[in-house]
Design a protein around this ligand. Structure first.
Ligand SMILES: [Zn+2]
Ligand SMILES: [Zn+2]
Length: 450
């Protein structure tokens, strides 16, 4: 039997001595994914040593689940103080900013000893950060399947104006009641599907980078993602219609993403270039004081755009002369100006990443070109094995009502093109845009819409 042919509940508390050479462990102590799981909440609080709970929700999730969760805790003799997230002026919903986090910390009642988050990804990310400094027990009760990272040890937040991933504790327990989650608004269900579908691209890029850069890669962890991205694809239609069993398949996948990242010690199993579209759209929205789209929806569309670009890229034959001209033409001053124009307040952070990594260093790029050219067949094989045809994904998205293009949620083809051109710059991860640069292929040559 393969090591990871389990649902998330079965891998809790297990140590895996893995073929990748690592011993995989996760600090998550309990995962319950089923209809009626919320009945377990008081038990889980006590199991973790909690007796007075600081509960965080938002206006919608309070009605959908937190009100009931509070009643269940109080019936079991556990004090429960609820704080609802605040929405900053100019936004439609609460955002994970320093201000929102500060508001929660200042509301934390003295003497309370456990945190329960009831809601979507923003609630979870903020609660993880609230529970981290005192290492308080933290239980997450998702109200929707809108994103992965339920059980990860990082929080996706807006920090100094930049969409950042901040290290924090994992939830100690996850109580996912599929009866509650399947009643979430359809758009949130679609977002969960989009975020799982992203794993076609993330795993492909993880393998490509392992081949080109010798980066650590674990096939067992990748296999977990393959199993659940397929389950997400197959269950998408039923899940989008709120079928609890299909929603459970999506939730199991979203839970496992957090485990996969903890096991691998990096975000490779979860995210690649498709996620960077989302981060960049979020950053632009922040800069322009616009409301951004749900993470999972942005990522779903980012996946579709990335698949189209991979289809273009795979037909191009590497030419060293062309690549060398392109690589040597890189103009640091021009790049810096462009970064300042695009990123505004967060440009200094972006420039510091390049100063540290030197990804545009011509000699390093040419070394990688030679490795890519020598391994072209293997890279194409990885794309064959990991990616699905863009048309197939588009047909699925059309059928379930998931957006298929940036214009479907207030972005544009131009904003997508600009985002793709900057995907190389926001992290030090080797992704499609970096591969294209090393091959001397410009972002325009990969435009899927022209
Ligand atoms: Zn491994
Ligand atoms: Zn995601």
């Amino acid at each position: 039997m393969r090591m990871f042919e389990y649902g998330p509940a079965e891998i809790v508390g297990r140590r895996f001595v893995c073929s990748c050479g690592k011993v995989h462990v996760s600090p998550v102590k309990r995962v319950t994914v089923r209809a009626g799981a919320i009945e377990k909440l008081a038990f889980a609080v006590r199991e973790l040593g909690g007796s007075r709970v600081f509960m965080v929700a938002d206006e919608n999730t309070y009605k959908a689940a937190a009100e009931r969760a509070k009643a269940l805790l109080e019936d079991a003799g556990i004090d429960c103080a609820v704080r609802l997230l605040t929405t900053e002026p100019g936004f439609e919903r609460p955002e994970p900013t320093e201000r929102t986090l500060g508001n929660l910390i200042m509301s934390f009642p003295r003497g309370y000893d456990a945190v329960v988050g009831v809601g979507g990804g923003v609630v979870n990310d903020l609660c993880k950060l609230v529970a981290t400094p005192g290492d308080l027990p933290y239980i997450y009760v998702p109200s929707c399947p809108s994103m992965d990272g339920y059980t990860s040890d990082s929080a996706s937040v807006i920090y100094d104006g930049v969409k950042s991933s901040v290290a924090c504790k994992c939830p100690d327990a996850l109580i996912a009641d599929t009866e509650i989650i399947s009643k979430a608004p359809k758009k949130l269900l679609l977002a969960g599907i989009g975020d799982m579908i992203a794993k076609y691209v993330s795993i492909c890029e993880w393998r490509i980078s392992a081949l080109i850069n010798g980066e650590y890669y674990c096939n067992e962890v990748a296999q977990m993602m393959r199993t659940y991205r397929k389950a997400a694809f197959e269950n998408a239609e039923a899940a989008a219609n709120g079928d609890p069993a299909a929603v459970e398949a999506i939730i199991n996948g979203l839970c496992l993403v957090g485990f996969a990242m903890t096991y691998a010690g990096c975000s490779r199993p979860a995210s690649g270039v498709e996620h960077y579209y989302s981060h960049l759209w979020d950053m632009r929205c922040l800069e322009e004081h616009r409301q951004c789209e749900l993470h999972g929806i942005q990522v779903g569309v980012g996946t579709l755009l990335s698949l189209r670009k991979y289809e273009k890229l795979r037909k191009m034959i590497p030419e060293r002369k062309k690549a060398e001209e392109h690589i040597r033409a890189f103009d640091r001053e021009k790049w810096e100006k462009d970064v300042r124009d695009y990123f505004g307040a967060s440009a200094d952070k972006i420039i510091a990443i390049e100063d540290k990594e030197g990804k545009y260093d011509a000699e390093k790029c040419l070394l990688r070109f030679d490795i890519i050219a020598a391994h072209r067949e293997q890279i194409l094989k990885i794309m064959d094995e990991e990616l699905i045809p863009a048309d197939e994904l588009e047909a699925l998205f059309e059928k379930i009502g998931h957006p298929v293009k940036p214009e479907d949620f207030g972005e544009s083809a131009e904003s997508a093109a600009a985002a793709f051109a900057h995907t190389s710059d926001i992290r030090d991860k080797y992704i499609l845009s970096r591969l294209a640069f090393d091959l001397g292929i410009t972002p325009d040559e990969l435009r899927e819409d022209i």
